[in-house]
Design a protein around this ligand. Structure first.
Ligand code: ZN
Length: 113
């Protein structure tokens, strides 16, 4: 059986239950005694666990919802990717915004007539 690992957890070899805390002495399910052979690296784990998430890395539900709605609006992921390609082609978001403004201005002009 392949031994799997999970962050901050270890698997009981007797009942296969995941035990929280790599330094646990016994399995809470079957009371299996871990012999302590495993090398634990608490310093590395504590450091990575305490690292606060950067704001840019954090994906919020409202962001996901906004993008999902945009994907729906343009007609699916393929179309959305096309759109992103066009934005890149015209030279970025700011340029795209200028073009859109010019377009909407032209549209207002034609419909007003
Ligand atoms: Zn167990």
């Amino acid at each position: 059986m392949a031994k799997k690992t999970r962050r901050g957890q270890k698997q009981c070899p007797k009942c296969n239950a995941w035990v929280k805390g790599t330094r646990a002495k016994a399995c809470p399910k079957c009371n299996y005694q871990f012999n302590g052979k495993q090398r634990v690296t608490p310093v590395v784990e504590a450091a990575s666990a305490e690292k606060p998430p950067k704001a840019a890395d954090t994906v919020t539900i409202s962001q996901v919802k906004a993008v999902a709605q945009m994907v729906n609006t343009v007609g699916g992921f393929d179309r959305f990717n096309e759109l992103l390609g066009v934005i890149r082609e015209v030279g970025g978001l700011r340029r795209m915004k200028d073009l859109l403004e010019a377009m909407s201005a032209a549209q207002v002009g034609t419909t007003a007539v």
